[in-house]
Design a protein around this ligand. Structure first.
Ligand SMILES: [Zn+2]
Length: 419
C-alpha cells in the first residue's frame, strides 16, 4: 500500500475508535487516545492508525504529503449536524430591539423574525444564496468541520424558494470540500397567509412538497418545528410520518421552549435525532434513551436567546441518551458558524467532560446524520476526515475558548484547509 498523506509524531491522536453507532453513558468518555500517533491515508480512506513509526508495508515516496504532528492534537473531522446554512439576509437590526426588551413576538409582528429571513431568501437569487452559504461553509471548514447538515425552511408555502435552498445545498455539496447533508423543513413556521387555516398548509407539505422533494432526491431528512403556536404534536406526527412514507428520515425541533412532548414523539416516530430539547420532560428523555434517538443539543442558541434555560445534558447522558452538539447556525437565534465555541459552551454550561464533548461533535453527530459507518472516527476503512489542531490536547481546545485552534483540515484525503 502506498500512502498519499502521512501524519506522524502526533502528540495526542483522539481516534474515537469503537462501534460505528451513537455512543452512550460511559462510552462517551472513551475517545481512543493514542500518544505519539501516526496515521496514513490512501485516496479518500484511512489505511493506518497507530502508535510510533509507520509499519514497513506502507510505502511513501516523493508524492506523499508528510505532515509533522509534533505539539499538535488530531481528531476526526467535526460534524455540525444542525444548521440553517442556506438563507438570505441577516438580522443584526433586531439586536437593538432585543436590548430594549422588545419581545420576539412583537419583532415578528413588525415584519421581523423568521418572516424577514423568508422574504430575504425569497428575494435572493440562486447565486446570491450560493455565495453567502459558501462563505459560511468556508468558515465552518476553517473551524475543523467536515460534514454539515443544512435545512430548508425559509420558503415555507413558497415551494420554489424551498427548492432553491435545497438546490443550493446540493450544488455546494458537489463543489465544496465539506459534505452537506440536506433536510427538508417546509414545516419551519406557519406562513402568515395560513395563520387561520394551518391545516391547509400542512396538507400542502404532505401532499405536494414532500413527494416532490423525495422524488427529486433533494433531501435525506424531513424536519418539523414542533412547538406551542407552531406545529402541534399531532401535526408534527402527521408531517414526519408522511416523510417516512417517501423515504425521508424524521428529525424534529422538539421542546425548545415548552415541554410539549416532542421528545416523546421523537421516540414514538423513530426520529434519528431530536434537537434543542431545552424543556424536554424526564419521561421524554427516558423514551429517547430506550429508542436510541440522538439528542442534538444547541447551547449557543440558548446562550444567544439569553433565556437562562439550557437543555439537561447531564441527565440525558446519565439516562443513556446519545448526545450530539451543533451550532444551529441561522440568522435569527444563532448567528455563528463556530463549532469550537459550542464545544466550550457545552463543557462550561452543560458540564460535559472534554471527552463527552468530542464524542458529541464526531461519532454522535455522525450518528445523528445516519453516517456513523462512514465518518466520526479515525479507523482503517473510514473516510479520511481529520483535523489537526494547534493545541497540546483536547482540554486546551475547550479551555482556551472563542478562538480558532485549527492548524490543518484533511477532507476525504485531501488537504482542504491550512492555517
Ligand atoms: Zn434549527
Amino acid at each position: 500500500m502506498k500512502a498519499d498523506i502521512v501524519i506522524k509524531n502526533i502528540d495526542k491522536l483522539y481516534t474515537l475508535k469503537g462501534a460505528n453507532r451513537a455512543r452512550v453513558k460511559e462510552e462517551m468518555k472513551e475517545v481512543g487516545l493514542i500518544e505519539n500517533g501516526t496515521l496514513a491515508i490512501e485516496k479518500d480512506r484511512i489505511i493506518y492508525v497507530g502508535e510510533g513509526d509507520l509499519p514497513a508495508d506502507i510505502e511513501i515516496d516523493h508524492n506523499t504529503l508528510v505532515i509533522d504532528g509534533r505539539g499538535k492534537t488530531a481528531t476526526p473531522g467535526l460534524v455540525d449536524s444542525h444548521t440553517h446554512l442556506v438563507h438570505g439576509g441577516s438580522r443584526e437590526n433586531e439586536l437593538a430591539m432585543k436590548l430594549k426588551g422588545v419581545k420576539y413576538l412583537d419583532i415578528l409582528e413588525a415584519g421581523g423574525g423568521i418572516h424577514s429571513t423568508v422574504n430575504a431568501t425569497k428575494n435572493a437569487s440562486f447565486d446570491e444564496l450560493y455565495n453567502k452559504a459558501k462563505k459560511s461553509l468556508d468558515i465552518m471548514l476553517s473551524f475543523g468541520v467536515t460534514t454539515v447538515e443544512a435545512k430548508s425552511g425559509y420558503g415555507l408555502d413558497d415551494f420554489e424558494t424551498e427548492i432553491k435552498q435545497l438546490e443550493v445545498a446540493k450544488k455546494l455539496n458537489e463543489d465544496h470540500p465539506v459534505d452537506i447533508v440536506s433536510t427538508f423543513m417546509g414545516a419551519h413556521a406557519i406562513p402568515p397567509k395560513y395563520k387561520d387555516e394551518p391545516e391547509k398548509f400542512i396538507q400542502m407539505i404532505i401532499n405536494e412538497m414532500i413527494p416532490q422533494v423525495a422524488e427529486r432526491k433533494l433531501a435525506k431528512f424531513n424536519d418539523v418545528f414542533c412547538e406551542k403556536g407552531v406545529f402541534s404534536i399531532e401535526e408534527s406526527k402527521e408531517i414526519l410520518e408522511a416523510g417516512l412514507k417517501h423515504g425521508l428520515l424524521p428529525k424534529i425541533h422538539a421542546d425548545e421552549i415548552e415541554p410539549l412532548g416532542g421528545a416523546e414523539l421523537a421516540a414514538e416516530v423513530g426520529c434519528i435525532s431530536a434537537d434543542h430539547l431545552v424543556a424536554a420532560s424526564e419521561k421524554g428523555i427516558e423514551m429517547m434513551a430506550e429508542k436510541g434517538v440522538v439528542a442534538n443539543l444547541l447551547p449557543a442558541t440558548s446562550f444567544n436567546l439569553q433565556s437562562g434555560k439550557y437543555a439537561k445534558a447531564r441527565t440525558m447522558i446519565e439516562k443513556g441518551v446519545p448526545v450530539a452538539l451543533s451550532t444551529d447556525y441561522n440568522p435569527g437565534s444563532c448567528p455563528t458558524e463556530n463549532l469550537q465555541l459550542v464545544m466550550s459552551f457545552a463543557s462550561l454550561i452543560f458540564r460535559m467532560t472534554p471527552e463527552e464533548v468530542l464524542t458529541a461533535v464526531t461519532i454522535n453527530g455522525a450518528a445523528g446524520l445516519d453516517l456513523a459507518d462512514e465518518i466520526g472516527s479515525i479507523e482503517v476503512g473510514k473516510k479520511a476526515d481529520i483535523v489537526l489542531f494547534d493545541a497540546p490536547n483536547l482540554e486546551y481546545i475547550i479551555y482556551h475558548f472563542g478562538i480558532n485552534h485549527t492548524a490543518k483540515v484533511i477532507k476525504a484525503g485531501k488537504l482542504a484547509f491550512e492555517n
